[in-house]
Design a protein around this ligand. Structure first.
Ligand SMILES: Nc1ncnc2c1ncn2[C@@H]1O[C@H](COP(=O)(O)OP(=O)(O)OP(=O)(O)O)[C@@H](O)[C@H]1O
Length: 780
């Protein structure tokens, strides 16, 4: 069966409705096909980029947002012969001496997904439109047409003029899901697709340009709290005969079957976080663990768990360990790593993962597997509805990506889980951006945890080169043109591109397909099958680009990702670190490239500042000649009609597939009516309304709460001028006690006298639209 989009996909977030409307785009033109040869110009550029003539050496200093930054190597990449922007970024001394050796060859993402061989809907539609021909490469548009020096896009509608009504209700659930349909993420309070980015400036952005990180620094009170809360870290154990601390897996007293598992994965030497964590975890203490992305945190918590489980009483099967992750993909990956490490043991695994077949998982859980790996929503679903799943025997709880799990958006779910498991468990929290804030950690029920922070906070991987492409004011509307230039000329393979909005990721996916670039998309509006297929297609190299939302920003371990492109900067420096951490993993090298316009300023600044303070971190400015981006942008604009047509066809296919599903469901119901009706009613932990509210709260924390009086109605994005005017008029009427429509004279008088009421649409949701009612209970 062809994969299918969820019925109401592309949930408009605040930002979705702010996208530049497609209507602006003009006539289509068939995309040019395969370009086998690089243009001379491109070759010249590549040469330059690789350290040729265009490399600017030894800049004494440059400025970032007014701050002077000393440069050392002057490795500024200049494309298209344009001088570097002096007010952007510079290099920092690159010292690679600390860089760990390239580690073993295990790709965590090997979950047995369906091979990615199936051609996805978009590729199929595009091929059909071309009479069966599947495009395979984009050609650089002819000579740049844009003039140097970012002209103003005066004809682009301002945000305020865009219609801010959402395209569709916020709806990640499939309310009509039948008993056999397990893609019911939202119905079970499944993972949160982190697609809650605000399109507007973060309130903090408005703060001074001083770049002060005072907020992030632990104040004295917090330090005091931490001293009382954390257990002192034990001294490193001298383990070798020489008394040195050069720990090996063998010296950590791991049992033979575990060592065999390690050796099968080619893990010969423990990484720093593994060295520090394993002995402490084996002693049963709670742990708050932090280490840079790609540094082996998964094995750091799995190994001691497996070792401990080897000595469990075996007579009665008992579930003793739960590992929770914020996304299904991460749960599957963790499961895969665990199974491989435990390959030579009798330790068993079960799943409580959203988007996968419930009954199959219930059957696994009924066998009381030693370890259950899950996502919070499905975990709670089983807690409530599956008589076979019991957590009162739990001895160890792991929260992977713990800072995310402790965020407001997950708070209710986590509380529900924590209250169902024994308090005297061991709790292990891990993340690359692990917070040490005591109040957060208390919520996780930790008891005198040991804090193991291997790397300084907010550190990026040692082998990462961070590039930034500055979009000057007025150039923001050409963002996609820049992306296309980068993806066809600079970072052309094994690239993951991050978007803030699902809708944009999808639109770009269509554009890539029309241009002949092999891409897969990954976001929360896809079925689990599609998600896994997308990852597999990227992992296997069939797709050179993965266009993703922040759903993919944390934890995914896909081997060989060379580049991470941030189409837009994410909402926070933490998410930035997770995103760019998809490359340069396990001691390897990698590049991140962030398109940085004015709204991205805060995160870019934070990234540069953090890199400045990090020994060996390499930061580069990449300058793209505006003409290249313009040429691509106009090519993209010319494709507008085709993009629309493809999306229309896709929608039609979805409707068709949906009705087929309905028919299958009805048939299924008729066939198994007795069994279905006999099942106990399933209860849901949170109503959709609660969930939407939790999500809104999460979004608010992430994006900063909208100031009072500027809060928006449910599902509403920025206010259009028309709507603003209407609301202002209403407020005026209210303020003046008028119960009728104002006449012209009144308007004038009001204008002259001022006295307008408060702006905004009053109370309501700042985030996505509300959830559906009537989902509180159902049958399974
Ligand atoms: N001791 C080791 N020797 C060799 N390779 C290792 C070792 N430990 C882990 N790896 C490999 O390092 C890679 C990164 O590991 P892992 O996914 O656990 O990182 P992480 O720290 O959890 O990253 P993130 O913060 O992004 O989730 C994986 O491909 C894994 O196979």
């Amino acid at each position: 069966m062809a994969p299918m989009m969820l019925e109401d996909d592309f949930i408009p977030t605040l930002s979705d409705s702010d996208a530049v409307s497609d209507e602006e785009m003009s006539a289509p033109e068939p995309p040019t096909q395969v370009a086998s040869q690089l243009s001379t110009k491109r070759k010249r550029e590549e040469k330059k980029a690789k350290g040729g003539a265009a490399k600017k050496r030894k800049q004494d200093s440059t400025t970032v947002d007014g701050q002077e930054i000393k440069t050392s190597s002057g490795d500024v990449v200049v494309e298209g012969g344009q001088d570097k922007d002096d007010d952007m970024l510079s290099d920092f001394e690159f010292d690679n001496s600390d860089r760990t050796a390239i580690l073993g060859g295990f790709d965590g993402w090997d979950i047995g997904g369906k091979g990615g061989e199936e051609v996805d809907v978009i590729s199929r539609i595009v091929a059909r439109r071309r009479g069966g021909e599947i495009p395979n490469a984009a050609k650089t548009p002819s000579a740049p047409v844009g003039e140097e020096g970012g002209e103003e896009d005066s004809d682009v509608e301002s945000d305020q003029d865009l219609d801010s009504e959402p395209d569709a209700e916020d709806d990640e659930e499939d309310a009509t899901i039948g008993p056999d349909d397990d893609d019911e993420s939202s119905a079970t309070g499944e993972e949160h697709d982190e697609d809650v980015a605000a399109p507007v400036t973060h309130p903090d952005d408005a703060a001074s340009d001083s770049g002060s990180d005072d907020n992030n620094e632990e104040d004295a009170l917090e330090r005091e709290k931490q001293r009382a809360f954390f257990a002192p870290a034990p001294d490193p154990q001298p383990t070798s005969t020489t008394g040195a601390t050069d720990t090996t897996f063998t010296s950590m007293s791991l049992s033979r079957p575990i060592l065999k598992g390690l050796s099968a994965l080619n893990f010969t030497t423990p990484t720093p976080i593994q060295k520090k964590t394993i002995p402490i975890a084996l002693s049963g203490q709670d742990i708050v663990g932090g280490a840079v992305t790609g540094s082996g945190k998964t094995a750091a918590f799995l190994l001691p768990i497996l070792e401990r489980l080897l000595y469990r009483p075996k007579r009665i099967p008992t579930t003793r360990v739960s590992i929770l992750t914020p996304t299904r993909e991460l749960a599957l990956q963790c499961l895969s790593v665990g199974k491989r490490l435990a390959a030579f043991t009798d330790i068993t695994f079960g799943r409580a993962i959203g988007g996968l077949n419930s009954r199959e998982q219930e059957r696994e859980l009924a066998l009381r597997p030693d370890i259950v790996v899950g996502t919070p929503g499905r975990y709670i679903d089983f807690l409530r509805n599956s008589p076979h799943f019991q957590t009162d025997t739990l001895e160890i709880l792991v929260l992977d990506e713990a800072d995310r799990m402790l965020e407001t958006g997950f708070a209710d779910e986590l509380n529900e889980i924590l209250k169902s498991i024994p308090q005297n468990r061991q709790t292990l929290l891990f993340s690359a951006t692990m917070s040490s804030k005591v109040d957060d950690l208390i919520r996780a029920g930790l008891q005198r945890p040991v804090r193991i922070l291997v790397d300084a906070q907010k550190t990026s991987a040692a082998g990462l080169v961070q590039e930034f492409v500055r979009l000057r004011p007025g150039r923001e509307s050409k963002r996609l043109g820049y992306l296309l230039h980068l993806c066809t000329e600079v970072h052309r393979d094994r690239v993951i591109v991050f978007f803030r909005q699902k809708k944009e990721a999808h639109r770009v996916r269509v554009i890539f397909a029309l241009l002949g670039l092999q891409a897969a998309e990954l976001h929360g509006s896809m079925t689990q099958e599609q998600r896994m297929q997308a990852i597999e297609s990227f992992r296997s190299g069939r797709a050179g680009f993965l266009l993703a939302t922040d759903l993919a920003s944390r934890g995914l371990d896909i081997r060989g990702i060379e580049t991470v492109i941030n189409y837009e900067a994410p909402q926070s420096h933490e998410i930035y670190l997770h995103r760019v951490g998809r490359t340069a993993r396990a001691g390897r090298g990698g590049v991140s490239c962030t398109l940085a316009a004015e709204p991205d300023r805060k995160v870019v600044k934070a990234a540069v500042k953090a890199a400045r303070g990090q020994k060996g971190a390499e930061v580069k400015q990449r300058t793209v000649e505006p003409g290249f981006a313009d040429a691509w942008q106009s090519k993209i604009d010319d494709l507008a009609d085709q993009v629309e047509a493809v999306m229309r066809e896709e929608k039609e296919e979805r409707v068709l597939e949906q009705s087929e599903r309905e028919v299958r469901r009805a048939e299924n119901f008729v066939q198994f009516e007795g069994e279905i009706m006999a099942r106990p009613k399933r209860t849901w932990f949170e109503s959709e309304k609660d969930k939407a509210e939790a999500k809104r709260r999460g979004g608010e924390v992430l994006n900063g709460a909208a100031p009072e009086g500027e809060k928006k109605r449910k599902g509403e994005g920025k206010l259009s001028n028309k709507r603003k005017k209407r609301l202002e008029d209403r407020d005026e009427r209210r303020g003046e006690g008028m119960g009728w429509k104002k006449g012209k004279g009144d308007a004038k008088a009001a204008g002259a006298g001022g006295g307008k009421g408060p702006k905004g649409a009053g109370a309501g949701k700042a985030g996505k639209g509300g959830g559906k009612n009537g989902k509180g209970k159902g049958r399974r």
